[in-house]
Design a binder for this molecule. Structure first.
Ligand SMILES: NC(=O)c1ccc[n+]([C@@H]2O[C@H](COP(=O)([O-])OP(=O)(O)OC[C@H]3O[C@@H](n4cnc5c(N)ncnc54)[C@H](OP(=O)(O)O)[C@@H]3O)[C@@H](O)[C@H]2O)c1
Length: 285
């Protein structure tokens, strides 16, 4: 079984590559250097040439703030690039596994968003471009897993966890927002989920790949909670101050209350468990 993996050099792509390389699947990795997803003919040629059994798309334009001024590029990769993949997988009648984001939602729904939610309302250009990519998949394919994730971190950063650990080495005081609530996704757990979807012959469609938060007792955590736990587990003493988002005005608005609900796939591990695993694997404990 052959998998064509786009975005193999990214944070998630590297976790997927590592996990799938240990399985029965043969992975054909591609990076922006070897295949630019915005080049329709190149995408067709590469995929038709390999004739994989599945395509996984972990590639995306992911610079959330820069997207506000690089709208064309964000849409070129996140919409047109996905459209190119959609045409290629359709031609071979093979499934596409595509990764999307909580940012397609406004992030103001008290109950959170399950996989069937259509209350889209991206607050920024990145979210708009990812929503446009979702539409390409949903409107044109039958065989797909579209997995929305949020607050991704893993070994192959940079990400929030690595940033916090780096900042703690140089900053006497760390200010972290406590009025944005969400759910982290550990890249290793997500890679296992992708494998589980393929192996378990789950029905095609939309899935939410986020870590559990305290067994569902509370809906989500704030970035401040996340930071506190990073330093608790690592045993690093820091001066941490909870602040509200008004102290960190950034070009792109973020969803304030972004809860992805996983109602279709077995629960991913609790966020604390996965964070501990991540920090110990990376010998940061
Ligand atoms: N990071 C998060 O917190 C987060 C949250 C929710 C959802 N997601 C989604 O999760 C997925 C993986 O994210 P990630 O954080 O692993 O992203 P990442 O580390 O930024 O990796 C994305 C990869 O896409 C590649 N890429 C960009 N433009 C391309 C193009 N035109 N053609 C081919 N490849 C291109 C990049 O290559 P270069 O490095 O060469 O540019 C990069 O290796 C994405 O779909 C993202 O939208 C991420």
């Amino acid at each position: 079984m052959k998998i064509f993996l786009c975005g193999a050099g990214g944070m998630l792509g590297q976790s997927l590559l590592r996990l799938f390389s240990k399985t029965k699947y043969e992975v054909i990795p591609s990076t922006q250097d070897t295949l630019d997803l915005t080049d329709e003919l190149a995408v067709q040629a590469a995929i038709l040439n390999v004739k994989p059994d599945f395509v996984i798309n972990a590639a995306a334009y992911t610079k959330v703030d820069a997207a506000e001024t690089e709208k064309d590029l964000a849409f070129a990769v996140n919409e047109l690039g996905v459209a190119n993949l959609v045409k290629a997988v359709k031609a071979l009648d093979i499934p596409l596994i595509h990764i999307s984001t909580d940012y397609v939602f406004r992030g103001d729904r008290a109950l959170g968003y399950d996989e069937q939610s259509i209350e889209y309302g991206p607050l920024n250009v990145y979210g708009q471009s990812k929503l446009a990519g979702e539409c390409q998949v949903i409107n044109n394919l039958n065989k797909y897993y579209l997995i929305r994730i949020s607050w991704l971190y893993g070994e192959f950063g940079p990400n929030f966890v690595s940033s916090m650990l780096n900042l703690a080495q140089t900053q006497p005081l760390l200010k972290v927002v406590n009025d944005q609530i969400g759910r982290p996704t550990y890249a290793e757990d997500l890679a296992q989920m992708v494998y589980g979807l393929l192996e378990g012959f789950y029905p095609w469609g939309i899935y939410h790949g986020v870590n559990e938060v305290n067994g569902g007792e509370i809906p989500g955590i704030s970035w401040y909670d996340f930071a506190q736990e990073i330093f608790n587990i690592s045993g690093i003493k820091v001066n941490l101050e909870a602040v509200d988002s008004s102290q960190f005005v950034r070009p792109a608005k973020r969803p304030p209350y972004s809860i992805l609900l996983n109602t279709k796939y077995p629960a991913l591990p609790d966020w604390r468990f996965s964070l501990k695993q991540h920090l110990s694997i990376n010998k940061k404990l």
